[in-house]
Design a binder for this molecule. Sequence first.
Ligand code: IMP
Length: 180
Amino acid sequence: MTGPIELADPLLTANQIQSRVRSLADDINGTFANSGRRLSVIVVLKGACFFAIDLLRHLTLDVQVDFLRASSYLGAGSTGEVRLLYDITMAIAGTDVLLVEDIVDTGLTATWLRRHLAGRSPASVHLVTLLDKPSGRRVDVNIDWSGFTIPDEFVVGYGLDYDEAFRNLPGVYVAREVQE
Ligand code: IMP
């Protein structure tokens, strides 16, 4: 997509998202409740920050939080390359890591980041993504928790953008090019 776009009805409403976020947090709380280790929540900017903050509000664990920024996307088509624009500064050795993604499409970013974080000697690395778009997959990626599986559409809202717009929408919408 390059030209003007329009948004249809929400694919996911704010209420649907918030109730799913709550149940993901319950599952994550259950998994790590008795780990005896701190949970390092690593948020992939910019898209995952809305999801991560809402999720964090429901985590009842001993957590530490840091952010990194990776890029594998140009407009609405994947370049197939992953670049780390900035990295975490927090020590994660010996902790359980929870990588928080907005969407897994080709799987390249999540696979690359899992490997990158595993290189810092954490006790474990888990991945939670709000959205999973399996139709776009180019590499197999191990997703521990996924909020919603979505069809092969470009979506915006709740952190996801189209050329930096629409991140602030509380729901998720399919974006389509305006037909002349
Ligand atoms: P992957 O490496 O192809 O799995 O892509 C992951 C990144 O691509 C996400 O973190 C998003 O920034 C971006 N992305 C993939 N699909 C969409 C979409 O439908 N809308 C907005 N961004 C997307």
